[in-house]
Write a protein that binds this ligand. Structure first.
Ligand code: GLN
Length: 483
């Protein structure tokens, strides 16, 4: 039962092969049995899950239908869940029970999805390895000595290990696509503004975007349908109609123009990954796509720009966690300054502290022009590169990551080494574009992802290309041993 995709679950529930309550119980038992190896959950919500599953079964018995009605999922632990701990992977919020549901949580619940729990993540979504969580590192089900990617590593590991079919995640600089690549999943970062950020604890507000992690493009379409849409509670949410994502999955790829940036195949890319990317290009050519070499000349500046802008926004967003308004409070403060200092010093881990300091520095009066303003100018150039490229091609294709999942601890002493691994993903966030990662093969038994980028609001095109690819390849069906 645990091998089923969301689409298969929807058919099974519609055909009354099993109930949502039965399926939910099977998956909860599986999580209890297998998750100690992975550490992919911070909180399990068994009672809520059974209650929601029973309610979904009643709705189906009363004639309701819908792909998410009775489907078990989990939320990355930065989506606020009413009355349930929402920790953001931090000691700072270990005791925080959100007073309301995030829009994404409320929308999926209204569609009938069943919440099994809250998944582990890098502290405040800062990281690419899921090692900065206060609740401990998450392990990659493909090799327990390797990282699952981050920051949505808990969602990715849980879905890859077949503990559940899909989960929510967020992507500020790659945190949906990179863990998808590292765990053999399909992950979609939507256009900035497509999915409401209301109730999503902010890391870098101008970059953060929620989206789905699942095993197939078909399932990502189902999840995105439940998550997307205008929300008047989020001033950056965009009032554009939501298309029927599943309906666009059948389109032919005949004549589809795929751009492959020459900058993607530089020295930093593992040649074995380069070969798998070439194979995926050949596969798409067989399906009728036309390949064109393109250039994204400002790509080399994207990492420095991102690692100024994201910490700058984080230093502002995280100022609310001061032991007074929100978050952990130290014992016996001597005065107000002592309260702030020790509460923040104890509540935040080292990576979060580093980024707050970098961000505050970049925004300070003497350095604003030299760092923050310059980074914003680069951001515009990165966007302009994409706009020029999309005049010539329908989709951009390349690797999701330069290397496969590294060993736990391998990059702990050198944060910049980890930042460099984001080279292919962060440009989409800087430009606000939608991006998808899908399975493209294996290197040393570890999964490799291919990334597709599309113009604004063309999530349907990304899902369609990925679905057509998945109809003709079987990488996405491979299961990690022991799960
Ligand atoms: N690895 C990037 C960072 O650490 C991206 C994280 C994310 O997308 N949340 O900032």
């Amino acid at each position: 039962m645990h091998q089923m995709t969301l689409a298969e679950i929807a058919r099974g529930l519609a055909d009354k092969k099993f109930s949502s309550e039965e399926l939910t119980k099977v998956l909860l038992a599986r999580i209890t049995q297998l998750d100690p190896q992975l550490n992919s959950f911070i909180s399990l919500t068994e009672e809520l899950a059974i209650e929601q599953a029973k309610a979904a079964d009643v709705r189906r018995a009363n004639g309701e239908s819908g792909a998410l009605l009775g489907a078990p999922i989990a939320h990355k632990d930065l989506f606020c869940t009413q009355g349930i701990r929402t920790s953001c992977g931090s000691k700072m919020l270990d005791n925080f029970k959100a007073p309301y549901d995030a829009t994404v949580v409320a929308k999926l619940a209204a569609a009938g999805a069943v919440t099994l729990g809250k998944t582990n993540m890098d502290e405040f979504a800062m990281g690419s390895a899921n090692e900065s969580s206060w609740y401990g590192a998450v392990k990659n089900p493909w090799n327990l000595e390797h990282v699952p990617g981050g920051s949505s590593g808990g969602s990715a590991a849980a879905v890859a290990a077949r503990l559940l079919p899909a989960a929510t995640a967020t992507d500020t600089g790659g945190s949906i696509r990179q863990p998808a690549a590292f765990t053999n999943l399909t992950g979609l970062k939507p256009t900035y503004g497509r999915v409401s950020r209301w109730g999503m604890i902010a890391y870098a507000s101008s970059l953060d975007q929620g989206g789905p992690l699942a095993r197939t493009a078909e399932d990502c379409a189902i999840m995105l349908q439940g998550m997307a849409g205008f929300d008047q509670n989020d001033s950056t949410s965009i009032d554009e109609p939501v298309p029927d994502y599943s309906a666009s999955l059948g389109d032919s790829l005949q004549g589809l123009r795929i751009g492959v940036p020459k900058e993607y195949f530089s020295a930093g890319l593992d040649p074995r990954i380069a070969e798998l990317i070439q194979n995926s290009i050949k596969e798409l050519q067989k399906l009728g796509a036309v390949i064109k070499e393109i250039s994204l000349p400002n790509m080399q500046h994207a990492i420095p720009a991102y690692y100024v802008i994201a910490p700058a926004e984080a230093s502002s967003n995280l100022s609310r966690f001061d032991g007074v308004r929100f978050g952990h409070r130290c014992e016996n403060p001597q005065n107000l300054i002592d309260l702030y200092k020790r509460s923040r010093g104890e509540g935040f881990g080292p990576e979060v502290q580093r980024r707050i300091m970098v961000g505050a520095y970049a925004l300070s009066a003497g350095y604003y022009d030299a760092y923050y303003l310059k980074a914003q100018k680069i951001r515009r150039l990165v966007k302009n590169d994409f706009m020029a490229a999309f005049n010539e091609v329908d989709i951009i294709l390349g690797p999701t990551t330069p290397n496969p999942a590294w060993k736990l601890g391998a990059k702990n002493s050198d944060p910049v080494a980890a930042y460099l691994e984001d080279v292919y993903t962060i440009t989409a966030n800087l430009a606000g574009l939608p991006g998808l990662s899908m399975p493209a093969g294996f290197v040393d038994g570890l999964p490799v992802g291919v990334q597709l980028l599309a113009p604004y609001f063309q999530e349907g095109r990304l899902l369609n290309v990925a679905h057509q690819y998945q109809l003709n390849t079987d990488w996405h069906t491979r299961t990690p041993q022991g799960f």
